[in-house]
Ligand binder design. Structure first.
Ligand code: AMP
Length: 114
């Protein structure tokens, strides 16, 4: 998607604080962090949101969550944990229409969110 900000990060057209990259996935620090640890893990493939996930994409999303878990541990969240969040569409608070998993940690997080 030519106007998708996360696709532009994938293509290197805009900068990001990348922390992991392979042929299918990219992880980078959130530009507006809500916790001491706050990064995003995205598929390089443009999937707009969870409601548009295809069954054939379930292995990719499994890999994404596993990588999110590995990176959270590398960034110091293994013992105390973290929050893994995927917002979906307007009611879910999604602002970037390219599926992404937030990983937030490094402090206790309130529940439920606002
Ligand atoms: P969501 O509201 O779930 O769609 O989350 C989108 C997230 O993307 C927000 O937390 C933004 O701060 C973050 N974000 C937007 N643009 C960038 C960017 N260029 N680099 C890193 N994070 C971004």
């Amino acid at each position: 998607m030519s106007d998708c900000i996360f696709c532009k990060i994938v293509k290197g057209e805009i900068p990001a604080g990348k922390i992991y990259e392979d042929e299918e996935l990219l992880a980078f620090h959130d530009v507006n962090p809500q916790a001491p640890v706050h990064f995003l893990v995205i598929p390089k493939k443009h999937i707009p949101d969870v409601m548009k996930l295809g069954r054939e994409e379930t292995p990719l999303l499994g890999r994404l969550l596993y990588k999110a878990q590995e990176l959270a541990a590398e960034l110091g969240c293994a013992e105390k944990g973290a929050r893994f969040v995927i917002n979906c569409k307007a009611d879910g608070g999604q602002t970037v229409d390219h599926i992404h998993c937030h990983v937030l940690g490094g402090r206790p997080l309130d529940w439920p969110p606002g």
